[in-house]
Structures are given as C-alpha cells and as structure tokens.
Design a protein around this ligand. Structure first.
Ligand code: CA
Length: 227
C-alpha cells in the first residue's frame, strides 16, 4: 500500500486532504508541524510527503532542505499559496519534486501525486551502473558517487540524469526533457528546468560554472557529454 505523510497545520485542510487521499486508496498519516514532520519523514517508510510550506516550528522549505541533507529521497510535493512563484522555484531548488498551489481541487492534487509517484517509481533496471570520469551512477540502487564520495541526488535528479545518460551526446530540448522526466501534458518554465540542471551541475561537475558534463546549448536545450 502506498503511504503518504501529510504535513498541514490547518485542521480543516488536513482533514480534507486525508479524506481525499484515503478515497484514492492511500494509507495516510497527518502531522501538524515541521519539527514533527522532519522526525517522521526522516524515519522513512513513506512513499510520498505532502508538505505545506507555511508551518509552525519549522517551515516546509526547511523540512525539505533538511530531509535532502539527511539523505532522505522520499518524493516531496509542496503545498504553496497562490502567487508564490518565487517560493515554487525555491522549493524545487531545495529538492522538492513538485508543488501544488492552494486552493486546489482534490482531483488536481491526486493527479499530481500520481504523476510524482509514477516517475519516481519508474526506476531503471537494477544493477545498471554508468561511469564517466570520476562520476559513478548506480541507477538500480539510486546511488551516486564522485571521486568515491557519495553524492546526494533526489529521485527527480536521478530521473533527469538517467534521461541524459541514455541520450548522451544528443541535445535534449526543453520539451524533450519535460517529456522524458515529467511526462507529457506538463507545463514547466525554462527557469524550472534550468534550476534542476544547475542543482545537478553543483553536485556532479568539478566546476559547476564551467560545466563539461551537462552542457547548455544556447536556445535549444542541454547535452550530456559523458563517455
Ligand atoms: Ca499552513
């Protein structure tokens, strides 16, 4: 059974979310503050975390950032307030997998959750290990190392890298990247894609300012220049 941790401090919204997700057949737990959320989520056992941004004790951004820093790669969907465009980008920079803007319909939310679960569950074949230079990517175990040291990548970053590795040497346009990683019928701005690429560069490039692996092709997209 798919387990979802709901982190929401407003009881009415939390109860609504709980009902909507239970109807869909998910096993649901609800917590109402960021500190408790971090403890639960770090303990593992969840397939997805639905994380409100505005929370007492520790806000959703801090929870998300600290989980990623702790090596927890459970997919995170942020609940943001209307008009918080900057917050959305920040959320993705902090390692969230998607966001849903309040107010949202149960149908919209469930569709987003299903999309995130689908792409994070779509793991490449076990034992598939790719090496280039000092970078090793184990797509089966979702482990990455650079110069033998672990590199913490989110599930989405692994998916993105996998698409690039499979199509290495080939320019992937923004639309192609979205299709490969997020699926069709998703609209994402170039800025969001750039944010993910930049996060990856910081993690896998020797000099992120002068990338040699994730190379930008002006006006077109990106190309992975690994072996
Ligand atoms: Ca709140």
């Amino acid at each position: 059974m798919t387990r979802i941790l709901i982190v929401e401090d407003e009881p009415v919204i939390a109860m609504g979310l709980e009902d909507d997700l239970k109807i869909e057949g998910y096993e649901v737990e609800v917590v109402g503050d960021g500190a408790t959320a971090f403890g639960r989520a770090a303990g593992g056992g969840y397939d997805l975390i639905l994380l409100d941004v505005m929370l007492p004790k520790k806000d959703g951004f801090a929870v998300c950032r600290e989980l990623r820093q702790a090596g927890v790669r459970t997919p995170v969907v942020l609940l943001t307030a209307r008009g918080q465009e900057i917050d959305k980008v920040l959320g993705l920079e902090l390692g969230a997998d998607d966001y849903v803007t309040k107010p949202f319909s149960p149908r919209e939310l469930v569709a987003r959750i299903k999309a995130v679960l689908r792409r994070t569950e779509g793991a490449p074949a076990p034992g598939q290990v790719y090496r280039t230079g000092d970078l090793t990517l184990d797509f089966g175990r979702f482990e990455a190392t650079r110069r033998g040291a672990p590199v913490e990548l989110t599930a989405l970053e692994f998916k993105l890298l996998h698409a690039f590795v499979v199509h290495r040497g080939q320019v992937l346009t923004h639309d192609r990247i979205i299709e490969e990683v997020w699926g069709r019928d998703v609209f994402l701005t170039d800025r969001v894609i750039y944010t993910h690429i930049n996060n990856l560069r910081r993690k896998i490039e020797a000099n992120p300012a002068e990338p040699v692996l994730l190379v930008g092709v002006r006006g077109v997209g990106y190309r992975f220049d690994g072996e």
